[in-house]
Design a protein around this ligand. Structure first.
Ligand code: T46
Length: 151
């Protein structure tokens, strides 16, 4: 991922974490809640064994959940859509995460065989926080833009 990349969609942004480069004995990456991660971390989950290169994950938005997503191994393409602006980002650098704030439709594709995705989340799992219907997401995003046009 290009570190000078600008994220243009709402409720997102790049999150850079600390790295101690110790090669050939490994690299150490550190993310702290309330510091580099802009919320207190309540949940961590990760996705691996992405054996199907045609796999498509995500295809939803969250109503309130805030998350930061890292590609800790390999690469994949993250498609972001705030209801008005769409952006495609290839993640391949464990030290650069992407914030997935509320009302941001996100889809993940083009996984490398060794891809591992790690996500830090602001809340425990709650299926009622998901919007899995794109038309409903567009309606919710439009209503939020009307309430806070410049945010
Ligand atoms: C997200 C993207 C980036 C749980 O029971 N607990 C959990 O903490 C999670 C994350 C998922 N689940 C269940 C819910 C579904 O029945 O696991 C099943 C698969 O989840 P989903 O299809 O939402 O997985 P992804 O990879 O499409 O999306 C995941 C997260 O769910 C989501 O919040 O933003 O990664």
């Amino acid at each position: 991922m290009n570190p000078s990349l600008k994220i243009r969609v709402r409720n997102s942004g790049l999150v850079r974490i600390k790295v101690f480069k110790d090669l050939p004995d490994g690299n150490l990456y550190i993310a702290e809640g309330g510091r580099q991660i802009p919320f207190a971390i309540k949940r961590l989950y990760f996705i691996n064994t992405l054996a199907n290169p045609k796999a498509v994950r995500g295809k939803h938005a969250h109503k309130k959940l805030d998350q930061v997503l890292f590609c800790v191994s390999g690469s994949f393409v993250l498609h972001l859509d705030d209801g008005r602006t769409k952006q495609r980002v290839r993640l391949n650098d464990p030290s650069l995460g992407v914030r997935l704030g509320p009302l941001l439709w996100h889809t993940m594709t083009s996984f490398s065989y060794d891809c591992v995705i790690c996500v830090l989340a602001s809340a425990w799992f709650d299926e009622s926080d998901y919007i899995r219907d794109y038309a409903k997401f567009r309606t919710a995003a439009r209503a939020t833009r009307r309430a806070a046009p410049s945010a």
